[in-house]
Design a protein around this ligand. Structure first.
Ligand code: UDP
Ligand code: MG
Length: 309
């Protein structure tokens, strides 16, 4: 018998808990035909609504439902990590509670695992239903990220992924505090089959990711999987040194030939502002890495469990 662990991170998803369960077990025939046992692990990421109560209600009806509840909101990445740690299955799948990751795709994903792939990942080929400005910045992010990072990060990739135990253990071995899962998947490697599908809009409730949250998340991704900004800062600094050196020579020569007229004050101020700005910018880049290092060094737990049922 095979065991499939379904990990569902939930943050204020009370309306979706049961819908997700129903939708998942529409695959019942497929599970039975392939002798797959299922455990559903709802990871409650400190929800403020009735998410926990909903899961508990399901649990009284079906023993295969498990609940892991956090002491507060730790973020989706932490919820994924906790779910992976708790999972016992030899196959594990990550799915959103809002049904944007269609459970009807599971049989096809399973087929590829049977064929010998280590993981089956999904990406959306459209961003229908998303604000255009969000799609625009997402595209820029992926393009930039793939230029400056050696780890492949696929545009439109979702966290919806079916993995073998081997891959899960590899991901669990990465115990970093700043978890950028999209990068971690790429980093661990293994043979991955990509399935594509059109974006599906969220069934109920609303997205938990504001533009600002996404922006911070993208910075996290860059600092976690590339040190290119640090190199860029050093290069900018070096270029400015060379420029300054050339200008000094020009000024000395000019003074020797034409004397010392005290002009050029406004241009001086502009230049000082520019250089000061660049210095602060580069200091900020270094600061980003320092702050991430600081958080890593503290070795705080990635999440805290309140209830484990
Ligand atoms: N989520 C979470 N913690 C958070 C934010 C989101 O566990 O802090 C869960 C959420 O409940 C959902 C999944 O992560 O199951 C994806 O979130 P959402 O649908 O809001 O993101 P979107 O699909 O809009 O990118
Ligand atoms: Mg969603």
């Amino acid at each position: 018998m095979k065991l499939l662990s379904v990990i569902v991170p939930c943050y204020n998803e009370e309306e979706n808990i049961r819908d997700f369960y129903d939708e998942l077990f529409k695959n019942d025939l497929f599970f039975r035909e392939n002798e797959i046992d299922v455990e559903v692990i709802y990871v409650d990421d400190g929800s403020k609504d009735k998410t926990v109560a909903e899961v508990k209600k399901l649990r009284t009806e079906d023993e295969r439902v498990h609940l892991l509840s956090f002491s507060r909101n730790f973020g989706k990445e932490a919820a994924i990590y906790a779910g992976l740690q708790k999972s016992k299955g030899n196959l594990v799948v990550l799915m959103d509670a809002d049904l944007q990751d269609p459970p009807s795709l599971l049989p096809e994903m399973y087929k590829y695992i049977e064929e010998g792939y280590d993981s089956v990942a999904t990406r959306r080929v459209t961003r229908k239903g998303e604000p255009p400005i969000r799609s625009f910045f997402a595209r820029i992010f992926y393009r930039l990220m793939n230029k400056i990072s050696k780890t492949e990060i696929v545009d439109g990739a979702r966290d919806f992924r079916l993995m073998t135990r081997q891959v899960v253990d590899a991901i669990l071995a990465m115990t970093e505090y700043n978890r950028f899962t999209k990068g971690i998947f790429g980093w661990v490697g293994y043979e991955t089959k990509w399935l594509e599908y059109e974006n599906i809009e969220r069934k109920k409730g609303e997205t938990k990711w504001s533009f600002w949250k996404l922006f911070l998340y993208s910075l996290e991704g860059i600092t976690a999987f590339s040190t290119m900004p640090l190199t860029a800062a050093a290069v900018i600094g070096a270029l400015f040194c060379i420029l300054a050196f050339c200008l000094i020579i020009v000024i000395i020569v000019k003074t020797l030939i034409f004397g010392d007229p005290t002009s050029g004050w406004p241009s001086m101020v502009c230049f000082m502002l520019l250089v000061g700005g660049i210095q602060l910018f580069c200091l900020g880049i270094a600061g980003q890495y320092l702050s991430k290092t600081y958080m890593e060094v503290k070795k705080r737990p990635i999440y805290l469990v309140k209830e484990d049922i």
